[in-house]
Design a protein around this ligand. Structure first.
Ligand code: PEP
Ligand code: MN
Length: 343
């Protein structure tokens, strides 16, 4: 439930509502807007009596029940879009933000060269996995902490923000010492202990949708992070498992448009994992931006065929540059911008 305060209510009325709510055993989430303040209630046992009680307090304009099972993530609870600032990017703002880089960090030279290549073409964040969830235990599983160091050095040299995956609660502290944005991989969407641990940090989290997670389960997973106090969650649709075998996954573009309608959180798309096929990445990135995505995250390597993971879906610099040109043309048609090339 949310309690909407009257415009220009004196602060002591707002404080009284918050104190009352706490006395009754609920947590609050307060949003101070330009015109009015909204107090959100979190907890179980919210009922009509409570709504009536709070509605009768001085300074309260109205109370509103949040109908969705996810509360903090819902637009009913927080109507204005959440904007997350990382490096010089405003994720969830007017600009379409592109994150790009290799699937896996391989060497210092590799990640630096790719960072420079994607930055020149307009990426704002560098992606790269140091802890890799691989389908086979015999596949390359990442460089671990050394990979994080290589990413941090690339950030130092290029000014790009960095995003990298964290797979277990035990690694959150270590990864948090290096990264700007935590990535929760699709396989971990419902790893609730990991989500809660990330909810206790103060760095943004990109939450990939699980390959068999419904949209509601995905939003409830975001709620796990937010319920611990970290409200900087970026949702990322990365394809789901269907009967289709021509592509690695099926890119559920419905999910992008749907999520944009029900949540205030930024919504991204990952056309690399969604398709698994290099040539399908640019058109699906274009479709994502046209559908309202706040950005895309794509895999890029100067030599995709020799990448240590996910080469088949990885773009080379030229393909990435062409994709960016196309996104730059599409963005204004949907009321967005995309930064010009810096070369
Ligand atoms: C990745 O980003 O390289 C990755 C493993 O993605 P996902 O969790 O979406 O499979
Ligand atoms: Mn990958």
């Amino acid at each position: 439930m949310i309690v909407v305060m009257l415009a220009e209510t004196p602060q002591h009325h707002i404080d009284a509502v918050i104190a009352r709510v706490h006395d009754l055993g609920f947590k609050t989430n307060v949003q101070v807007g330009e015109e009015q303040t909204v107090v959100g209630l979190v907890g179980s046992g919210i009922n009509q009596d409570l709504a009536d009680l709070l509605a009768s307090m001085p300074g309260v304009a109205k109370t509103l029940r949040v109908s969705k099972p996810y509360k903090l993530a819902s637009k009913e609870f927080h109507p204005r879009p959440t904007i997350i600032r990382v490096a010089d990017a405003e994720i969830g703002g007017k600009e379409v933000v592109v994150m790009a880089g290799p699937c896996s960090v391989e060497t210092q030279e590799q990640v630096l060269r790719i960072a420079e290549g994607v930055r020149e073409r307009g990426a704002k964040l560098l992606r790269g996995g140091a802890f890799k969830p691989r389908t086979s235990p015999y596949a390359f599983r990442g460089l671990g902490e050394q990979g994080l160091e290589f990413l941090a050095n690339a950030r130092e040299k290029t000014g790009l923000g960095i995003i990298t995956e964290v797979m277990t609660p035990a690694d959150v502290e270590l990864v948090g010492q290096y990264t700007d944005v935590f990535q929760v991989g699709a396989r971990n969407m419902q790893n609730y202990f990991l989500l809660e641990e990330l909810g206790r940090t103060s760095k943004p989290v990109m939450l990939k949708r699980g390959p068999s997670g419904s949209i509601e389960e995905w939003l409830l997973a975001a709620e796990y992070i937010m319920a611990q106090g970290n409200h900087e969650v970026i949702l990322c649709e990365r394809g789901i498992r269907t009967f289709e075998t021509a592509t690695r996954n099926t890119f559920d573009i419905n999910a992008v448009a749907y999520a944009k309608q029900v949540t205030h959180l930024p919504v991204f798309a990952d056309p690399s994992h969604a398709t698994g096929v290099r040539n399908l990445v640019p058109p699906m990135a274009a479709a994502a931006v046209a559908a309202g995505a706040d950005g895309v995250i794509v895999e890029v390597h100067y030599d995709p065929d020799n990448a240590l993971s996910d080469g088949a879906q990885t773009l080379n610099f030229q393909q990435f540059g062409q994709m960016m040109d196309q996104l730059r043309a599409i963005a204004p048609a949907v009321g967005r911008t995309l930064n010009p090339v810096k070369v």
